[in-house]
Design a protein around this ligand. Structure first.
Ligand code: TZP
Ligand code: MG
Length: 211
């Protein structure tokens, strides 16, 4: 399935770290109210059953905002929850295998750090590509930074949309101007903030101004 670039303007990825007693649905609703255009459920600590239940709870919420729900890593959970797609990294299931399991009607996103990764992902059926980490981040510490030049080269080499991820904040988002991205991905710049809705709104405005 293809995704419109404008659906990737502000890509929010969930994180339970800052829930502080709130539910993930509460936080996601705030991000959606703030204007997130696509949402990824990323769970690194839940059991399989809990992950699936969480995905099933988020599905109608995202649908009510007309926002695609993407599941991190787990094709089986995406299919069972009838999510809109899956996002995989270079160390997860191969993109071609994911596409085969997903069929043509779901979205597939692939994390890439090089032009070679990006061309392979496109060839294997990816609908969009995530590139990063672009800036230092506490959220994922096992990733080396990707240069702005590499980001630009990736955007030029593929004909599917590209989003920039990793350490993106209101203060550095302008550095992504003229790279060719369709949007930005944020975890902490949205979900660690006291006012999630306002954080999402401000980020979206900043990104929209440079696209
Ligand atoms: N992949 C590359 S960097 C990253 C992921 C999942 C973390 C992004 O989180 P943040 O808080 O927006 O830097
Ligand atoms: Mg992964």
């Amino acid at each position: 399935m293809t995704i419109k670039p404008e659906q990737l303007t502000l890509y929010a990825i969930t994180d339970r770290t800052w829930l502080n007693g709130a539910t993930l649905e509460d936080h996601v609703k705030e991000a959606l109210e703030g204007g997130a255009t696509i949402l990824q459920l990323r769970e690194k600590t839940l059991s399989e059953a809990e992950f699936l239940e969480q995905a099933k709870r988020l599905k109608p919420l995202c649908q009510s905002y007309n926002v695609p729900l993407i599941i991190n890593d787990r094709v089986d959970i995406a299919l069972e929850a009838d999510a809109d797609g899956v996002h995989v990294g270079q160390n997860d299931m191969q993109a071609s295998q994911v596409r085969e399991k997903l069929g043509p009607n779901k979205l597939l996103g692939v994390s890439c750090r090089t032009v070679e990764h990006a061309l392979a992902a496109q060839e294997h059926g990816a609908d969009y590509i995530g590139v990063g980490a672009m800036f230092p981040t506490q959220t994922k510490t096992d990733t080396e930074p990707v240069s702005i030049e590499t980001l630009k080269a990736i955007c030029q080499s593929v004909n599917i949309p590209v989003v920039a991820i990793g350490g993106v904040t209101l203060s550095n988002v302008s550095q992504l101007q003229d790279t060719g991205i369709a949007g930005i991905v944020a975890i902490s710049a949205i979900f660690s903030q006291d006012d999630i809705q306002e954080a999402a709104h401000n980020l979206k405005e900043a990104v929209s101004n440079l696209l």
